[in-house]
Design a protein around this ligand. Structure first.
Ligand code: SF4
Ligand code: SF4
Length: 374
């Protein structure tokens, strides 16, 4: 429909939805501009010390980022999530951000907000991001710094959040629920909802390190909540529970007609991720070498072709996987997937009993009948 100036397209006919259905081109990508961070959160799956010179020297340059992002735009991407580590640790953050905007990309920025300055606020006002998403680890100094393990971080966080909100930047909040802050989760939710009208989410699934660091992985495991506790958090948060109940039917799916197929998610047509050193992954958690490519040596188009091809043919040779995940009807409630199984077990089909138990506890809370966890 057109009135001469404006062309109205039914959403179901929109070109980007067609591309999504075809799985031909990405709509967006996650760009990790650094793995370094000013905090040292107990549950963090990526962070390296802020002053790690080797990590800093290996990071993509602004020019390399521009080239990769340009290739992404050519493939059809229109959105970029700038993340880390803590992206604001990059001294050239403004240059990176401006380069992405110049390419026409809609941008989101993930930050802990501790390093936000008046200059960042000015940059975001001049070239507005879609949103700046801030993680809230606690709403008291004690809890916040128990998680971040950085004295002074609570004060810096409060200052950064106030600068963003007072400056009119669109902020979204999120939280992560772990042993060190779970008692404060209701207050965290209140803090966030009082400050943003449209958006707050929390996640209780902690994933293991990208670098496989065993000591850090032990720390992450120790912060995981029990399956029962995770399910009860769903129930205790009225807004979250209402949303879960509303889409209850979506969480029950028929068993796969190809039970050995590894990937049952939308990864082949989803957003891809780029590491601080330019490693392409079909999604941020998928580090298995068969799916990744070095974008310093390979074009994005070729990296993506290889990644999608590998996903399409990926099958498990383990009958236990086919019998468990292949036959599972609550996969949509489960954070278990080949990428996360690989981070836990070094096997794409190495089913993790903890993920399984969480999915079953959540299903039980929703009144969905299942057979016992595998
Ligand atoms: S603030 Fe974020 S990136 Fe930094 S250590 Fe914490 S979880 Fe990791
Ligand atoms: S890990 Fe368990 S709950 Fe998750 S998909 Fe596999 S069988 Fe289903």
């Amino acid at each position: 429909m057109s009135d001469g100036y404006v062309q109205n397209t039914q959403l179901r006919d929109a070109a980007f939805l067609e591309r999504l259905r075809e799985g031909g081109s990405p709509l967006g990508f996650e760009l990790e501009v650094t793995a370094r961070c000013n905090n040292d959160c107990r549950h963090c799956l990526i962070n390296l010390p802020a002053g790690d010179a080797a990590a800093r020297d290996a990071e993509l340059t602004v020019g390399e980022i521009e080239r990769i992002a340009g290739e992404a735009v050519e493939l059809g991407a229109f959105w970029c999530l700038v993340t880390g580590g803590e992206p604001l640790l990059r001294e050239d953050f403004a240059e990176i951000y401006t380069a992405l905007r110049r390419l026409g990309l809609l941008t989101s920025v993930f930050t802990n907000a501790c390093l936000i300055s008046a200059e960042h606020v000015r940059l975001f006002r001049e070239q507005p991001p879609r949103d700046v998403e801030v993680t809230v680890y606690g709403v008291t100094k004690e809890t916040y710094e128990r998680v971040t393990r950085r004295p002074g971080s609570w004060r810096a966080f409060r200052r950064g959040v106030d600068l963003l909100l007072d400056g009119g930047v669109k902020v979204r909040f999120k939280a992560v629920a772990l042993q060190s802050n779970v008692d404060e989760l209701p207050q965290i939710a209140r803090f966030c909802r009082e400050r943003t009208c449209d958006y707050f989410r929390f996640d209780a699934m902690l994933h293991l390190r990208y670098d496989g660091d065993e000591a850090r992985n032990a720390l992450i495991r120790a912060e995981r909540l029990s399956p029962e506790k995770i399910a009860s958090l769903d129930r205790e948060d009225a807004e979250r529970w209402a949303a879960l109940e509303k889409s209850r039917e979506r969480y029950v799916v028929p068993p796969s007609d190809d039970p050995a197929r590894l990937f049952r998610c939308g990864v082949r047509r989803g957003n891809f991720a780029v590491s601080p050193t330019g490693v392409y992954r079909p999604c941020s958690s998928l580090w298995q070498p068969g799916f990744v490519s070095d974008l310093r040596r390979t074009s994005l188009k070729e990296a993506r072709r290889r990644g999608v091809e590998a996903i399409d043919v990926a099958r498990s040779g383990d009958p236990a996987f086919a019998a468990a995940c292949g036959a599972c009807q609550i996969g949509n409630l489960c954070l278990g997937c080949p990428a996360h199984f690989y981070l836990e077990t070094s096997q794409l089909d190495g089913v993790v009993p903890y993920f399984c138990a969480v999915a079953h506890a959540r299903a039980a809370m929703l009144g969905i009948k299942t057979s016992p966890p595998g």
